[in-house]
Design a protein around this ligand. Sequence first.
Ligand code: PMP
Length: 461
Amino acid sequence: MNMITNHLPTEELQALDAAHHMHPFTEGEGLAEKGARVITRANGVWITDSDGQEILDGMAGLWCVAIGYGRDELAEVAARQMRELPFYNTFFQTTHVPAIALAKKLAELAPDDLNHVFFAGSGSEANDTNIRMVRHYWAMKGQPERNIILSRKNAYHGSSMGSGSLGGMAGMHAQGGLPIPDIHHINQPNWWAEGGDSDPADFGLARARELETAIKEHGPERVAAFIGEPVQGAGGVIVPPETYWPEIQRICDHYGILLIADEVICGFGRTGNWFGSQTMGIRPHIMTVAKGLSSGYAPIGASIVCDEVAQTIAKDEFNHGYTYSGHPVAAAVALENLRILEEEKVVEHVRDVAGPYLKEKWQALEDHPLVGEARIVGLMGSIALTPDKASRAGFAGEAGTVGYICRERCFANNLVMRHVGDRMIIAPPLVITRDEIDILIDRARKSLDETYEKIRKDGLW
Ligand code: PMP
């Protein structure tokens, strides 16, 4: 067999990729034509491609590489764990040290009485667990009809049948028969796009109160849970108005509905606290975690569950689990990652150093003619591109065209910044330094300038 290595020419790797590799969330034919950028190695906040270009990773992979690339400690822990115990399950009256230690650590880090951990292989799997767990919880409480889960349009909770149904992505629901029954979506607290003439505070309250309306519509005795990302990530880093979450909490408390905080992006320091729920002042019954849990070095996710739900579930067999629930290598890697986050005070770095510095520079982008608003919490930020700042109008033509051009310009300028429609988003590794933030901002501004120039030339302005 011919060896496929980093040493093959880029075009050859691209051709092989196009022939055999189906990419997630990608139009295959378009990609085959353009060729995928082949990433070969990475260190700190930098990724390197097969042509030797050094690219600043403004997205921390997929929002996950919190401690940055190239940390040998994690590689060593993984190798040690693979030698000692590469796999064992936790199904049939067995357990192992990495799962025990990680569950205990998560119980310590998580707020309040979130003391119990159900492991999964990813955020999607953990949210699938949540669907089954909250429905089973209510069945155990003698209320099996209480199985409706309320979520939000433009939420992202994963890509499996269950988690994709929890999510509110119209494009995903259009394919493959989603959503599954008894999951309903209220409107999102996206003031920029949907707030019209209203004041952000009033809009936040109105959008939160849609939860109450939905509960009344379905009947409170039918509603099991509400799920939300503290700050919507894949939907475009939508920072809700300050009035939003307190009202959601009030409504959940009032109707006795379980609150699930999807912390897959916000968890482990992204917002300047260990969890986005702390930043937003929410008290969830269940938190979904993944991504930053292992900084992406190993696939692992989890549901962190409060005493009441866990203890109720424990009275019966919960017919649910994954081969890789609590995988020992992934759990050992996650533990080492948490050790680094803690000992190197990475969350404090986000809160006190990198977060405030990036905020100042990011918000200064609002002086650019293309930028309507620049929002940021901790190290997750977004800018809305608009032809008219005052009316917050979208561009003529298909939504996302200008965002896509901007993303292409960023990529050409060796900066990974993603676009969601015509919103540009960033979520760099949490260890990013001030100097690296300066480079990120310089490249972002250059890319915005080039986008502005191009759309004026192409008549899109
Ligand atoms: N929840 C949220 C908030 C996410 O952002 C994601 C992934 N982007 C998921 C769940 C799904 O996680 P995974 O891709 O690991 O299944």
